[in-house]
Design a protein around this ligand. Structure first.
Ligand code: NAD
Length: 300
């Protein structure tokens, strides 16, 4: 049994910490939100008065925070000054590559092993312990992190050196955002050309236009496997989070000098959808805006 500090017990972290408790670990939890702490306590975590108290004496530290600025502050103020020298630090938040690398360098300067380990899979996967972790860091850091991450996920993959987990995450999600937008506009065009959506699905899902966005996450209600489209686009992966990941991808592309026109277009579309009130809807709901846009092409 390991003693694990867990900081950030929101939608994702709450379920992840509960799975560490279920695996027999002692979890010291801290979050700024009293509701998050109540849930952590009900799930068997021990509550810490602050992040520093959670980290002191822990064998492992897991963080699941909103963005890079939260991660940078929590590591600089609480984690790095208080962590044991042989502890493994794992940041599972989705953040920008530059901050991930900078925080990992600060940890290394203090003689601490740290990995970035963002996840694929949403709240249901966090609760079920079926996340996929993309891990950036040294081989030794990965070897120490793997047994802990395995208790929260179905796959733990070493992506490369510091920041490589974040790079893999945003590249994957840029591809997902672009293919979802393309899938939505294709269904809208197919319908306008008189094709039945089910018939088009049957053809394209077996032809060269096939993608995960079509066959596993079809944005058209009643077509393909059950998806958020069948629940009025509730649940699933919120459009606001897709927009966050696309912004991170565009920021990274700019810093690396990469030309990403499709990612840029996807970012613009999701920004427009979020501005029109779609933030909390599943990201496949962008099909509704694409349909509307075509009905009113002069808008936006
Ligand atoms: P969330 O907002 O529900 O949870 C974040 C938690 O961090 C909150 O409870 C907040 O109170 C806490 N927090 C913020 N600052 C803190 C601090 N200084 N000290 C302690 N706690 C602090 O967000 P979430 O949906 O759980 O997402 C967490 C991360 O996971 C994000 O980076 C997100 O992009 C990523 N992610 C989310 C999903 C998803 O479907 N929700 C999927 C994949 C990845």
């Amino acid at each position: 049994m390991a003693r694990i500090a867990f900081i950030g017990l929101g939608n994702m972290g709450g379920g992840m910490a509960a799975n560490l408790v279920k695996a027999g670990h002692e979890v010291a939890a801290f979050d700024l939100s009293p509701q998050a702490l109540d849930r952590a306590k009900a799930n068997g975590c021990t509550l810490a008065a602050d992040a520093a108290e959670a980290v002191k004496g822990a064998d492992s530290v897991v963080t699941m925070l909103p963005a890079g600025k939260h991660v940078a502050a929590v590591y600089a103020d609480s984690v790095i000054p208080n962590a044991s020298k042989d502890a493994i630090l794992m940041d599972c938040s989705t953040i920008d590559v530059a901050t991930a690398r900078a925080v990992e360098a600060q940890a290394a300067d203090a003689g601490l092993a740290m990995v970035d380990a963002p996840v694929s899979g949403g709240i249901a996967a966090a609760d079920a312990g079926t996340l996929t972790f993309m891990v950036g860091g040294s081989k030794d850091g990965f070897a120490k992190a793997q047994p802990i991450l395995e208790k929260m996920g179905k796959a733990v993959i070493h992506a490369g050196d510091a920041g490589a987990g974040q790079a893999a995450k945003i590249c994957n999600n840029m591809l997902l955002g672009a293919t979802m937008a393309a899938t939505c506009e294709t269904f809208a065009l197919a319908e306008k050309l008189g094709l039945d959506p089910q018939v088009f699905y049957d053809i394209s899902s077996k032809a060269s236009g096939q993608s995960w966005s079509m066959t596993s996450y079809c944005p058209v209600p009643g077509v393909g496997p059950e998806t958020p489209a069948d629940r009025d686009y509730e649940g699933g992966f919120a459009a606001a989070l897709m927009l966050k990941d696309l912004k991170l991808a565009m920021e990274a592309a700019q810093a690396a000098g990469a030309y990403t026109p499709m990612g840029g277009e996807a970012e613009e579309l999701y920004q427009r959808f979020v501005d029109r009130g779609g933030a909390g809807k599943d990201f496949s709901a962008i099909i509704k805006m694409i349909d509307d846009t075509w009905k009113a092409p002069d808008e936006g």
